[in-house]
Design a protein around this ligand. Structure first.
Ligand code: ADP
Ligand code: MG
Length: 331
């Protein structure tokens, strides 16, 4: 099967190239109806009814292959201009199998009354109606790693090629300032909420180099622990997609080392916890190993903590961290 790259939605496709890719599909009538509904404080039953009627009217146009952006393990996401429409994977406009369910727009429209208002977080739905969630569209982007929706048709080689040719090539161009902003925003997501770092696709890089978290947050539990810089390493360089580790970086050693350094620095500048102990230890060890570093978890954490505690001004601390990392990377 031929693997082709769709330059509109930045996805690898197995099917033939789409003739009229409609990434950025616009339905102004529906867009303004959602806007108006979302900003108004108390919507009437009639307004609710009208919005649902409009969604039903355009459903076929939205939930079609040309508007499909991507899917994770649970949902599929469709492009609708300013917004995206997210539905569970087994939901179809016209179900054909027993396992498929119809789009269900019954019940009250749930509004997000208290949005987190964190620039780098776009996983909250603006409106939720039955099994449909409407979220702000982050626009043209590539998800970190390899899109989960594609991997079941990919060989190990395809995954590796995609990872380096598409994602890795892109992430190493993202400037320090974008990582700094992302880490600062992650720091604002407070316990017991933690980011879903299990699938790198939950984080995306936009055309203008913003890093945005796009999925639901998790609640702290013994499997995920608190947000930490090590979890950012996992997203950006340790997992290719859900449950698939990244290939070795030996041909890209300088690049992965510079990515590692950017991530560690961003976490330090944001005052993010470096490692959350038990569950982060193998991750940091893996990152150090993948960078062929001459340090293990304990030395690394101890040295960074020492620099953090020192009385030096912030800029001197960052310089010291950079030169320590350069030292452990010396061949
Ligand atoms: N707000 C959004 N704007 C644009 N694209 C999005 C948005 N949310 C998700 N996507 C796309 O859809 C894919 C799957 O979304 P995700 O929320 O991770 O699904 P799941 O809930 O199944 O994990 C993402 O990797 C991304 O490409
Ligand atoms: Mg996801």
């Amino acid at each position: 099967m031929e693997l082709s790259f769709n330059t509109y939605n930045k996805m690898y496709c197995y099917n033939s190239r789409q003739k009229n890719p409609s990434f950025g599909i616009k339905i102004p009538e529906l867009e303004s109806a959602i806007d108006a509904f979302a900003v108004k404080k108390n919507n009437t039953f009639g307004e609710e009814h009208n919005l649902i009627k409009k969604i039903k009217k355009f459903a076929k146009m939205i939930f079609q292959q040309e508007s499909f952006i991507g899917s994770g393990s649970k949902n599929k996401v469709y492009d609708m201009g300013k917004y995206v429409f997210k539905i569970p994977k087994n939901v179809f406009i016209s179900p054909k199998k027993a396992t498929e369910e119809p789009l269900n727009l019954i019940g009250k429209i749930i509004k997000n009354e208290n949005p987190l208002n964190i620039d780098s977080y776009c996983g909250e739905s603006v409106l939720q109606i039955g099994n449909l969630k409407i979220l702000r569209n982050i626009g043209e982007h590539i998800p970190c790693g390899v899109p989960y929706s594609k991997i079941d048709k990919m060989s190990k080689e395809d995954i590796e090629n995609y990872y380096f040719e598409n994602y890795f090539k892109r992430i190493i161009q993202v400037p320090q300032s974008s990582f700094d902003k992302f880490a600062r925003d992650i720091k604002k997501i407070k316990y017991p909420a933690t980011i879903d770092f299990h699938n790198p696709n939950n984080t995306a890089i936009t055309k203008d180099n913003r890093i945005i978290l796009i999925d639901d947050l998790l609640k702290y539990n013994k499997y995920c622990g608190e947000n930490s810089t090590v979890k950012l390493l996992r997203i950006f360089m340790l997992d290719a997609t859900l449950d698939v580790y990244t290939p070795v970086f030996d041909k890209h050693l300088n690049e992965v080392r510079s990515l590692f350094k950017k991530i560690i620095l961003s976490g330090e500048k944001a005052g993010l916890l470096l490692s959350n102990g038990i569950e982060d230890k193998p991750l940091l060890n893996d990152a150090l190993y993948k960078c062929r570093a001459k340090a293990k978890y304990e030395d690394f954490c101890q040295k960074i903590a020492e620099i953090r505690k020192s009385k030096d001004c912030e800029n001197v601390k960052y310089k010291k961290i950079e030169s320590y990392i350069d030292d452990i990377f010396k061949d």
